[in-house]
Design a binder for this molecule. Sequence first.
Ligand code: HAM
Length: 421
Amino acid sequence: MSTFNAPKGIPEYFPPSSAGFLAVRDALTDSARRAGYGYIELPIFEDTALFARGVGESTDVVTKEMYTFDDRGGRSVTLRPEGTAGVIRSVIEHGLDRGQLPVKLYYTGPFFRYERPQAGRYRQLQQVGIEAIGVDDPALDAEVIAVADQGFRSLGLTGYRVELTSLGDQDCRPAYRAKLQEFLSALPLDEQTRHRAEINPLRVLDDKRAEVRALVEDAPLMVNHLCERCAQHYASLKATLEDLGVKYTENPRMVRGLDYYTKTTFEFVHDGLGAQSGIGGGGRYDGLMAELGGQELGGIGFGLGVDRTLLAAEVEGIPIGEAARCEVYCVPIGAAAKRRLAAIAGRLRASGRRVDLAYGDRGLKGAMKAADRSGARLALVLGDRDLESGTAALKNLETGDQSTVSLDAAVEEVLRVLNDG
Ligand code: HAM
């Protein structure tokens, strides 16, 4: 047992497996960049009220899962549980919505939710997210879904599906909600479920218990009660996804954990992950900007779970992210040789090569063992006697071949050998 442990429920990534983490994150952000999304770096904590208003007062995220505390000035701040509210706050604050629309942004980093930790469910989770703000166009919704799909596909993932639905808007949802509540109130539900039906009736449709499922089997569904505008938006989105070759399944009972969604909502579900199967999710949020004090502009985006995507790749047996091995390992024997090799290593690194050096004044044997273990192709060995003659030994660790190189030309010679493959 070490004296200190990381806080509970937080995955840490270190070599060699951290290379996989970076590869997943970079593949997902690459997909966003290729579609014209620009990077936004956001605060890790914000005014608590931003999330209460943005994410929704009655959501589990806000009522049970936020890391909220007073700072030393007595302001209530919260570690960001998600990215969308912060992006919209920043867009409003800096007037980004006064330029060309849509504003297309991507972000990546840690988010914090006080959830019950288990495999794939963490208290510090990593997301790559995008938001496209200011244009209400189903083709843009399709783009957002396609960017996520492309990101997953570029990693070689195949064992997931896209679930899709429409949650309607402020015109059609209230009437549907009333209809659903009326249906639910006639059912023999337990007290707690009845209470849930009053606050968030859609949640009851997603109940995992078989007896509740049976009761709500014939419940009215939002997709069958969309207003004309929302129905057209949904139909056009589906047609565009087909044009783009993105396969989807409709899930009219989908429930998202955040309150801001309108119209298009989607989830990427991976079958190999057990209970925590959502590797990404998102949707349209046409009322959020106005709710946060900005213009009446809508938007759409996603958050993809980097941790869960990495788990999914492991489950599918996809090797991703090779740990960066060094190419040249320098072995100095003696203090003067170390100074000279450190300088040579510096020049090789400046030329873009990955170079390491045996520190700690080990003997030749131990240092050569370290060179082998490093995975480097070449070892550059320098002892005091070589220094006098102005040469070093260059050993090819793959073939065992060894040659003598002039110290003054050592950098060029090493670069030449590496370039020759
Ligand atoms: P979300 O569905 O709450 O959406 O989270 C997005 C993804 O983050 C999930 O699909 C999952 O992969 C990952 N995730 C969430 N919670 C955890 C956790 N406790 N442990 C590990 N992974 C987790 C959002 O956050 C929205 N802001 C997405 C969005 C952007 N909607 C519109 N724009």
